[in-house]
Design a binder for this molecule. Structure first.
Ligand SMILES: [Zn+2]
Length: 250
């Protein structure tokens, strides 16, 4: 059972409890083990009761730390458990009528006992794209990041939009160029708080780079040598996997 305190995970003596063993002496609430049987196929979770002291030798770590401790599979499972846990914490009643929500016993939904509205844990798809131009990779600096940080272009998919359209729109909006040859790369759950990152590669088509000045303040096509000396995202992220994939063949 993964034990959360907010968005942090309890880790004891350098390991966490992904396999259902219980860390003794803890006071927990919101246990997934109390949900209907079908929910038990998920990685189980509980929230640490605020007043519960941490057991000796334990600490609370973020999901990125968990990735560094144990890699993609643990990150993915913990991400799912954390997103369900957050949903149960934050959505407690029906937003239409205020009625009580009851977990389904056939899927991972919850249903209002009064009006029948059905809810599922939210997932927000976002596209993230590595754009290449003649052996150089497009990287941009987001104004929300530390000064020298660069990454590939990312943004949320809008309602009614195909993924390829979202890729083209985000790149056009943020740096003013058009792309072609969009190919799927892979995906990653990104629970900050509930994104699903869908990775793509693309080729430069036309236009001059013009950062939007709002979200993106600087952008350019960089050589592999330049990129190796830059402040780029952590290895836990699909952004880094896209950059590393470019570097591996250039
Ligand atoms: Zn309702």
């Amino acid at each position: 059972m993964l034990v959360f305190s907010g968005n942090k995970i309890l880790v004891k003596n350098g390991t966490y409890d992904l396999e259902g063993k219980y860390i003794s002496g803890l006071e927990v609430i919101n246990r997934s083990e109390d949900l209907p049987q079908n929910w038990q196929a998920l990685t189980s979770w509980a929230d640490l009761k605020d007043s519960s002291a941490l057991p000796e030798g334990s600490e609370l770590v973020g999901l990125r730390d968990l990735w560094h401790l144990s890699g993609d599979e643990a990150f993915t499972r913990a991400s799912g458990a954390l997103q369900f846990a957050s949903w149960f914490r934050n959505v407690r009643i029906c937003s239409r009528c205020g009625g009580k929500l009851t977990p389904h016993n056939h899927d991972y939904g919850r249903e209002c006992e009064s009006c029948g509205a059905v809810y599922y844990a939210p997932i927000s798809p976002a596209v993230i794209t590595a754009v290449e131009r003649e052996g150089r990779l497009l990287l941009a600096h987001n104004t929300a990041w530390t000064e020298d940080r660069y990454s590939v272009i990312a943004g949320f998919v809008e309602p009614g939009e195909r993924l390829e359209e979202a890729v083209r729109r985000e790149i056009r909006e943020e740096v003013g160029i058009s792309v072609k040859g969009i190919k799927y790369f892979g995906s990653q759950t990104w629970p900050f708080p509930n994104s699903l990152m869908l990775g793509f590669t693309a080729e430069y088509e036309a236009g001059e780079i013009q950062p939007d000045g709002n979200e993106i303040s600087r952008a350019g096509f960089f050589t592999p040598e330049e990129i190796r000396g830059m402040n780029i995202p952590d290895k836990a992220s699909i952004a880094r996997k896209l950059i590393d994939s470019f570097l591996s063949v250039n």
